[in-house]
Design a protein around this ligand. Structure first.
Ligand SMILES: [Zn+2]
Length: 367
């Protein structure tokens, strides 16, 4: 399939803040036509491709359009209407549920009329409680929510959100904000050009810094941004809200203590992030915690082993794809659900595009 992928990557819609150019619209129309054609001949049929496999869908934030426009990483958010469209589609083709339920059913070899799929949400954002919960309830679907424990305990934003809001605030400051930001970023060896994409590029580049250097940079930018605070919608869920989700029948899993990248941790930090987060969640919620979700998707053999030793039953990465019976259950793959990847040239949800992406012909490069 290598050649297919090269051809299809070539027709991918690039990111842009200036609105699509006629050239890009043409590329999108070509992409949509290929997706429709492949769906028509059944080549990307999710039922055919997902049969005998376990699929896992990933969401992050669920924000109304007005809030998404103020969020520094709009690609990580779907609107409640878009979530509704995703769930309508997924329910039609898959047997949907939380990961603990679906993975257990899958491993037991249960035969189902539709392939099994789990719905997951990373980062325990409050919008999952306020905006995703009612949509899930309407569809009668249970999901899994992965919690970064310290951020929830302290009600602090995750570092990338804090960084993103501060970067944006400085960029928008009229009194020398952008110049001050350029100084800070160039001293840290970060990109400084391309203001339209700067926030995403800097956050991505900062993942290459050591943990200490990254947090120092976040601190510096947040300090320079001063009183500019993140909006109220950006907060994380509380333990009480998580308990309500659990009472609804949703699964709560661990997303580590500090949302740091696991392979960077030494053995004692790894034990803290993995085993301690499980202990705290079990204590606070009075529930068994069975699933671990690697922050940023980063894992290696050592971290997967630590997850297994801490008593979890499974762990999820951000690697793209289906899971088979022989897949490593401590490094399960997922499908990232991104609105712009499944919208046609007019911005409408196009099911054939989701078929196309889940088929693997049109690969998930944002993983
Ligand atoms: Zn995360």
């Amino acid at each position: 399939m290598g050649d297919w992928k090269i051809l299809l990557i070539a027709v991918r819609l690039p990111r842009s803040y200036d609105g699509p150019s006629p050239y890009m619209i043409k590329k999108t129309i070509i992409r949509d036509s290929i997706a429709r054609f492949l769906a028509q001949i059944g080549l990307t049929s999710p039922v055919r491709r997902g049969r005998g496999k376990l699929s896992i869908a990933t969401f992050h934030r669920v924000l109304p359009e007005t809030q998404r426009q103020t969020y520094p990483f709009p690609g990580l958010a779907v609107t409640p209407e878009e979530l509704d469209a995703f769930l309508t589609y997924l329910k039609q083709h898959f047997d949907c549920g939380s990961l603990s339920t679906q993975h257990t059913r899958y491993l037991s070899g249960e035969t189902t009329s539709r392939p099994l799929l789990a719905i997951t949400f990373d980062d325990a954002q409050y919008d999952n409680y306020s905006n995703a919960r009612p949509v899930l309830a309407r569809h009668g679907i249970k999901a899994s929510f992965f919690v970064p424990v310290v951020a929830v305990e302290r009600q602090e934003l995750l570092w990338h959100d804090r960084f993103g809001f501060a970067l944006r605030a400085l960029l928008n400051q009229e009194q020398g904000g952008p110049a001050q930001l350029t100084d800070i970023l160039s001293a840290a060896g970060m990109p400084t050009s391309d203001p339209y994409n700067l926030v995403g590029r800097v956050v991505q580049a900062s993942k290459g810094l050591t943990l200490e250097a990254r947090l120092r940079l976040v601190e510096q930018v947040a300090e320079a941004a001063g009183a500019a605070e993140a909006p109220a919608y950006a907060r994380l869920m509380t333990f009480a809200e998580l308990a309500e989700l659990a009472a609804d029948g949703h699964e709560i899993g661990s997303h580590s203590m500090t949302h740091c990248m696991m392979p960077e941790c030494d053995d004692s930090a790894l034990a803290y992030e993995i085993a301690e987060s499980r202990r705290v969640l079990q204590d606070r919620l009075g529930l068994p915690i069975e699933t671990f979700c690697y922050p940023n998707g980063n894992s290696d053999a050592r971290t997967a082993q630590a997850v297994a030793q801490a008593g979890y039953r499974r762990a999820v990465t951000t690697a793209w794809g289906y899971n088979g019976q022989d897949s490593d259950r401590f490094r399960l793959r997922r499908f990232d659900m991104v609105s712009k990847h499944v919208q046609d040239a007019k911005g409408q949800f196009l099911p054939a595009l989701l078929d196309f992406r889940m088929s693997g012909f049109y690969p998930g490069l944002d993983t």
